[in-house]
Design a protein around this ligand. Structure first.
Ligand code: GDP
Length: 529
């Protein structure tokens, strides 16, 4: 099939209704719960509870590995899709465990906006900061949902100050909480000037009923109590007097975040958030390429942002996740894999809602399509009807912890190398090879959980058992020059593309080595997103 024709007006309208976003949060803030409620409102699932794997409830659709089920965490990501008020929403499922990997970063490259979820009692946490920084560097708009208002919470003014102080983003509340913990009565919508009253429903499984009334409505006192009503009137006065107005341009450029309050578990505030989200969050925009900005209305192009091997036991194949950047994608269309110039026919395309695969017939900018990967795709690759488009410098992250890895059964070397290559390709770990003839490589990761995931997957998917030891190396630098005489304070290795690299135990070792060996040039770190 040649490049499919589509009426430009139809393409423009599909682009305009797309919203592709990811949720960023510290573990336990409520990302899974919010995802579940969003799907409930989007009609993608009938009753809340089918997404969460925890506490013996039914399995999350994105859980496909036993390690995830054992730990109750989601390690791999996919995209969940639903419709809401005429908008087509793609929610990228980012791993939310304590450590995060390159995979998380890469997933964020496919998002047009992000929802930052905070635990109302804990505020901005370590992981929130790291993921926020990735979104900030990409300049994507960020919305904030302060969750768990049904539990004792920090003062909302203090939470906003944290956003400004720690994350350096202007925080503008669009709703305001009335009480917290057992006294949580609902939120006041600062734009429509209505109160959304909170009513506890059993288990929060169904849509919570909402009542509305204005701030001056005498019924407010009866609804939330005289004390909370007085406090709300005072707070709102303060907000209106002292806080910046919501500025859509500031939001779109990532300088300002609109803040919503609620309780996902109780189904409160999530639909209100969603109805604002579809209006505020941007549709897919132009993408920077080697040929300049590519408009989403140009001919078809997509980029690979994630690779995954062995997604399920039934389908032992490799999947490449592509985000459509521009144009109309149709299954079976002829495209060029622009890095190699190879012609491809995209006949095997599917959306992945975990194990249930559905064939994708067509897709538009912002959509995520899984492609069967016969081994040709790398992260950042472009496939397009235009043979020359590529994305400049797709980012890699910098590992902060390093382990040695040894094979238990040397007869399995071939399977080991295959697993190592495929899992490194996915971004589970980065591999560094010793230059002194030693056989066993070093693995680099952002956090040690990645090593465990790697070890478990090698065993489950490739039948290979390995021993791993976390080393005391903490820093990595790529370098230019001859590093042979520098080995005293560092380990000289090569990355998977044969470039010289050094691992250091401390910043002191790095600085000392740099001082003693001016002939060596330490290259700037690959830019984190
Ligand atoms: P994730 O790790 O960010 O995906 O967090 P989860 O959605 O799994 O939530 C972590 C825990 O907090 C679970 O036990 C949830 O039931 C609970 N939780 C989520 N939202 C709320 C909420 O609004 N109120 C309360 N009290 N608990 C919540």
């Amino acid at each position: 099939m040649t490049s499919p024709e589509i009426n430009p007006a139809a393409l423009a309208s599909e682009i305009a209704r797309r919203r592709t976003f990811a949720i960023i949060s510290h573990p336990d803030a409520g990302k899974t719960t919010i995802t579940e409620k969003l799907l409930l409102y989007g009609g993608a699932i009938q009753e809340a509870g089918s997404v969460t794997a925890k506490e013996g409830r039914s399995h999350t659709k994105s859980d496909w590995m036993s390690i995830e089920q054992q730990r109750g965490i989601s390690i791999s990501s996919s995209a969940l899709t639903f419709e809401y008020r005429g908008r087509h929403i793609n929610l990228l499922d980012t791993p939310g465990h304590q450590d995060f990997s390159e995979d998380t970063y890469r997933t964020l490259t496919a998002a047009d906006s992000a929802l930052m979820v905070l635990d109302a009692a804990r505020g901005v946490q370590a992981q929130t900061e790291k993921l926020f920084a990735v979104c900030r560097n990409r300049g994507i708009p960020i919305l904030t949902f302060v969750n768990k208002m049904d539990r004792p919470a920090q003062d909302p003014f203090e939470l906003l100050e944290q956003l400004e102080g720690i994350l350096k983003i202007t925080a503008v509340p669009l709703t305001w909480p009335i009480g917290d913990g057992p006294d949580f009565k609902g939120v006041y919508d600062l734009q429509t000037h209505q109160v959304l009253a909170f009513e506890r429903t059993s288990g929060g499984k169904h849509r919570a009923p909402m009542q509305t009334s204005g701030l001056d409505d005498p019924k407010l006192d009866a609804l939330v109590g005289a004390d909370l009503a007085a406090k709300l009137r005072e707070d709102v006065e303060l907000i209106q007097g002292a806080m910046p107005e919501f500025d859509p341009a500031g939001f779109l450029s990532g300088e300002l975040t609109p803040v919503f309050f609620g309780s996902a578990m109780n189904n409160f505030g999530v639909e209100h958030f969603l109805s604002n989200f579809v209006e505020l969050a941007p549709p897919p925009g132009a993408v920077e390429t080697n040929l300049g900005e590519r408009s989403p209305e140009a001919g078809f192009a997509g980029f690979i942002f994630k690779l995954q091997a062995n997604m399920s036991k039934q389908h032992r194949d490799r999947t490449a996740f592509m985000r459509v950047m521009s144009g109309h994608f149709e299954r079976g269309m002829d495209v060029t894999h622009t890095r190699t110039g190879r012609k491809l026919r995209l006949s095997q395309a599917h959306t992945l809602f975990a194990q249930d695969r559905e064939k994708v017939e067509e897709a538009y900018p912002g959509d995520i399509v899984g492609l069967v990967n016969p081994g040709v795709f790398q992260i950042g690759d472009v496939i397009s009807v235009d043979a020359k488009v590529i994305l400049p410098g797709f980012p890699r992250f910098t590992p902060e912890t390093f382990a040695t890895i040894g094979l238990r059964d040397v007869g399995k070397r071939k399977a080991f190398m295959k697993g190592l290559t495929q899992l490194a390709e996915e971004g589970v770990v980065q591999v560094f090879y010793p230059t002194d003839g030693a056989r066993d490589p070093y693995l680099g990761a952002v956090g040690p959980l990645q090593f465990e995931v790697f070890q478990a997957r090698l065993q489950e998917e490739y039948g290979v058992e390995v021993e791993m030891h976390v080393t005391s190396y903490q820093l990595v630098r790529w370098l230019a020059g001859d590093p042979t005489n520098v080995a005293r304070f560092a380990r000289h290795v090569e990355d998977d593309q044969g470039r010289p690299v050094m691992l250091f135990r401390s910043r002191y070792d790095l600085e000392y080595t740099a001082e003693q060996h001016p002939e060596i040039e330490f290259l700037p770190l690959p830019k984190d997103l």
